[in-house]
Design a protein around this ligand. Sequence first.
Ligand SMILES: NC(=O)c1ccc[n+]([C@@H]2O[C@H](COP(=O)([O-])OP(=O)(O)OC[C@H]3O[C@@H](n4cnc5c(N)ncnc54)[C@H](O)[C@@H]3O)[C@@H](O)[C@H]2O)c1
Ligand SMILES: O=C(O)C(=O)C[C@@H](O)[C@H](O)[C@H](O)COP(=O)(O)O
Ligand SMILES: [Zn+2]
Length: 359
Amino acid sequence: MQTLKVDLGDRSYPIYIGSSLLDQDDLIHPFLNGSQIAIVSNETVAPLYLQTLKQSLSGLKITEVILPDGEQYKNLDVLNTIFDQLLKDVHGRKTTLIALGGGVIGDMCGFAAACYQRGVDYIQIPTTLLAQVDSSVGGKTGVNHALGKNMIGAFHQPKCVVADISVFKTLPDRELSAGLAEVIKYGLICDAPFFEWLEANIEKLVARDEKALAEAVLRSCQNKAEVVAEDEKEGGRRAILNLGHTFGHAIETHEGYGVWLHGEAVAAGTVMAADLSKKLGWIDEALVQRAIKLLVKAKLPVVPPQDMTPAQFMELMSVDKKVVDGKLRLVLLKGLGEAVVTGDVPQDLLHSQLEESCK
Ligand SMILES: NC(=O)c1ccc[n+]([C@@H]2O[C@H](COP(=O)([O-])OP(=O)(O)OC[C@H]3O[C@@H](n4cnc5c(N)ncnc54)[C@H](O)[C@@H]3O)[C@@H](O)[C@H]2O)c1
Ligand SMILES: O=C(O)C(=O)C[C@@H](O)[C@H](O)[C@H](O)COP(=O)(O)O
Ligand SMILES: [Zn+2]
């Protein structure tokens, strides 16, 4: 097992990465606040892993909150069902919530923990590649709104993250690929050697080679932990983690939550961001092609859905959380492993990018 630390002063926490960690009771116990626990999971993950997790928590009173499965349920109505269950079972301020699932469960459980009785502890047990490399780390929690992704939420850090790579054995291929989009993101934005390692190992990752997957989770979490430690609440640098997301979130919202997976939308959005960076003269065509080649090998889409128009992109992107005083800010690339957040993209260049991508 490998242990990393997210260094945030008195809100610091460990990330444990390894195989068969779910039933290791010594990992979770030290982070329980009291004897009350609520495990939040969904109808797909619970039948696979809830019993194993509960074995490591024997002797404790556990509330099970099983949500419907899917991005379309990441909303305030479903969030409220978590509160219903916690109140029904009389959970107090010393309860600990445990998120057992992918990013949807992690974001919702984390947000429930941020709100319930003005804030209780929670633990992340991510079960998708995407959740292990990204969503379980960093404390961004929240739900979607019909008009925009993750529009209602809070920063609330977990007490620990347990990333058990054994759970990938049941993960569908499409979900594994979606996770690879965020893995590739780290290489592009801040870790050129990792990008090169991914180019050399992408076939192994797609074939679910355990050693390669463990390395990808470790290096992704190292990168995310470093960025989050520097800028917990996205005052500045943390926004680089949004590469491809301004376009990607527009795709997800337009298509209907759950139709394009988050990682798929991020992949297509990443190519749009790379192309735009090239139009600005910041990177060359060769780097755009390397990014596309890697994403294609990861079995990810590299163009947006063909029913989207530039006008629809512009409208949906206008509510992006990085907009300041009505001005769109985008994460673009200045080189391999070097991202910048800019509000200075000329409108005509952005429009020609959207025209080209929507062809
Ligand atoms: N908070 C953050 O920093 C952050 C970062 C990235 C993404 N996100 C959010 O995360 C969400 C996407 O997360 P996701 O890709 O994990 O999607 P997800 O949570 O919908 O999980 C994907 C699918 O895999 C299933 N599943 C999960 N683990 C499984 C396993 N081990 N075996 C079999 N099936 C399994 C789920 O039930 C679901 O059907 C989006 O809502 C996105 O906005 C948040
Ligand atoms: O942790 C971050 O910061 C990220 O931006 C990670 C992203 O991969 C993730 O999708 C995040 O939820 C997007 O955040 P948002 O603030 O753009 O909604
Ligand atoms: Zn993301």
